[in-house]
Design a protein around this ligand. Structure first.
Ligand SMILES: Nc1ncnc2c1ncn2[C@@H]1O[C@H](COP(=O)(O)OP(=O)(O)OP(=O)(O)O)[C@@H](O)[C@H]1O
Length: 266
């Protein structure tokens, strides 16, 4: 089933073209790793899908319907989004932040139901944050806050989950916990699209990689198809060695000194 189709998408911000001719589709259960150099447009693409940026041209369809024709609440039942910046300025308990993910399932004056409690608790258990439920979000570490915001997205219980660098503040234990949780969700039919900078983890946990360069899709394919030495050289300007890791059985990328560019670091 086609969960998302993006057709000839162009996005300009303040008259500057950021995304051009973006075209791809995403099927149910896929875990798409959005990769590409700094400034290539990854966050802009996710924000545009989350309707935070105006579409200059083209179409994004979610479950066959143009995202611009959805009412906000309807779309929030289909798509949850966790931004790169997880700063929260209000003194909420962590569990209250996770409960916010449930708002889309209730009218404004409706009280919380038992199922909201279970969705909140389950999301916090899955992300190893249940012990932080009563803590103020202001007193959590950056990594703990990132996990709580992931829990909020899980509590929202949408078929499509969009995450901007969901493991950027996490130690290696929690990186693997989160990525294997997302993989299990993918196996259960959730569709996930996330920005990752770590190409090795992207190769290991994503079913497909979408490579952006200068606001355009350079390639969409399996990790084997996308992570090729010449493609990485052209996109990142870095010489790499790519091979299959015999422990994880996934592609692994080793960046090497780029002799041609005479870089000064070693
Ligand atoms: N609100 C904005 N106003 C003006 N320019 C913007 C805005 N947001 C992003 N840009 C520009 O759009 C381009 C793409 O930015 P974006 O954040 O999407 O890149 P990215 O691939 O997510 O980068 P990174 O890997 O560094 O997070 C950059 O040149 C950036 O300066």
């Amino acid at each position: 089933m086609n969960v998302m189709e993006v057709e000839d998408l162009h996005v300009s911000i303040q008259q500057k073209s950021i995304l051009q001719r973006i075209q791809f589709s995403v099927q149910q259960g896929e875990i798409i790793g959005l990769i590409g150099p700094n400034g290539s447009g990854k966050s802009t693409l996710l924000k545009t899908i989350a309707t935070l940026h105006h579409i200059t041209n083209g179409t994004i369809r979610i479950f066959g319907q143009d995202i611009q024709s959805y009412r906000q609440k309807e779309l929030a039942k289909l798509l949850s989004y966790v931004p790169q910046d997880t700063f929260i300025d209000f003194d909420f308990k962590a569990k209250e932040v996770v409960y916010m993910g449930r708002h889309v399932h209730r009218s404004r004056f409706e009280t919380r139901m038992e199922e909201d409690f279970f969705a909140m608790k389950n999301a916090m258990m899955q992300t190893n944050t249940w012990h932080l439920a009563e803590s103020s979000i202001l007193r959590l570490s950056g990594g703990q806050r990132q996990l709580v915001l992931l829990a909020k997205a899980l509590a929202q219980d949408t078929p499509l989950i969009i995450l901007d660098e969901p493991i950027s503040a996490l130690d290696i234990y929690f990186q693997l916990q989160v990525l294997s949780l997302l993989k299990r969700l993918g196996d259960k039919g959730k569709t996930i699209m996330m920005v990752l900078h770590d190409l090795n983890l992207a190769a290991r946990y994503c079913t497909k990689l979408l490579l952006l360069k200068k606001g355009e899709v350079k390639l969409l394919g399996s990790p084997e198809e996308v992570l090729q030495e010449d493609i990485l050289q052209q996109t990142y300007g870095v010489h790499t060695k790519v091979r299959k890791d015999y422990v994880t059985n996934s592609m692994t990328v080793t960046p090497l000194i780029n002799r041609k560019r005479k870089e000064i670091w070693r």
